[in-house]
Design a binder for this molecule. Structure first.
Ligand code: SAM
Length: 236
């Protein structure tokens, strides 16, 4: 796994940040650096979501955030420069699956509205949301935000990872309704086109976003995910 700084520096930073409010991934609130690996402080100590490793320090339990299992984790490891999620954030998470990434987001944020359209995945997500009470499960399709808007209201950030053909349109539609200030979009090129090159797919998809969003960063997720980018966006 990639390492960011030398271990010695990490340990000092960990100690400093374990004492304070902020996580220690340099600048990101709630994202810690535990021996060179990213982690979140477990909001439900003793409860794990995907068999992740845990580390105990100074009376807190930290869940190691696996970049091979989470695109947001991979983007942080790959040097994401700005992270819009804070302790005060209300997050709309589209494509929550069984809760791997959304549970880390829930360790950081105030609330995470977890939209998932697969009943099978929802069955796995529900026990997680029963323990992490700031995760609110919503069985629904991200293409139809009008069907879940009444459960949510406005949010600060939309995170989307749905591996669908029209990923940009889905994000724009949700952003129109939920008025976030920021959005993070994971784009999987093969879900959009197998004929075009990933580069071409990413360019076309990101161009569709430019009217509504300022593109802050585009992170290629290799070697953690092939043919994926994570796009960090600010609403104009
Ligand atoms: N973000 C998850 C994580 O890191 O833990 C993994 C998400 S997985 C790649 C994509 C998920 O999106 C699947 O669980 C799939 O069922 C769901 N999905 C796909 N299309 C969707 C849609 N239109 N509405 C809601 N969920 C959708």
């Amino acid at each position: 796994m990639e390492k960011f700084r030398k271990e010695k520096k990490f340990n000092k930073r960990d100690r400093d940040h374990d004492k304070g409010e902020r996580g220690s991934f340099g600048k990101f609130e709630g994202v810690y650096n535990i021996g060179g690996r990213i982690a979140t402080k477990n909001s439900t100590p003793g409860f794990r979501v995907y068999d992740e490793k845990v580390v105990n320090r100074d009376n807190s339990e930290f869940r190691i955030w696996d970049p091979f299992r989470s695109k947001l984790g991979a983007a942080i490891v790959k040097g994401l420069k700005s992270f819009p999620i804070s302790h005060k954030s209300r997050v709309l998470y589209l494509g929550a699956s069984s809760g791997t990434t959304s549970s880390h987001v829930a360790d950081i944020a105030e609330s995470v509205y977890c939209v998932e359209f697969s009943k099978r995945m929802m069955r796995e997500l529900l026990p997680v949301t029963l323990r992490k009470r700031n995760m609110i499960p919503i069985l629904g399709g991200a293409k139809h935000p009008e069907e879940y808007v009444h459960n949510i209201g406005n949010v600060d950030v939309i995170f989307q990872d749905v591996a669908q053909k029209n990923q940009a349109e889905i994000l724009i539609k949700n952003a129109e309704i939920f008025s976030p200030r920021y959005a993070i979009l994971s784009i999987k090129s093969r879900s959009i086109s197998a004929e075009k090159t990933p580069k071409q797919v990413f360019r076309e998809e990101i161009d569709k976003l430019r009217e509504k969003f300022e593109v802050l960063e585009i992170i290629d997720l290799q070697p953690y995910e092939k043919d994926h980018v994570l796009v960090n966006l600010k609403v104009k």
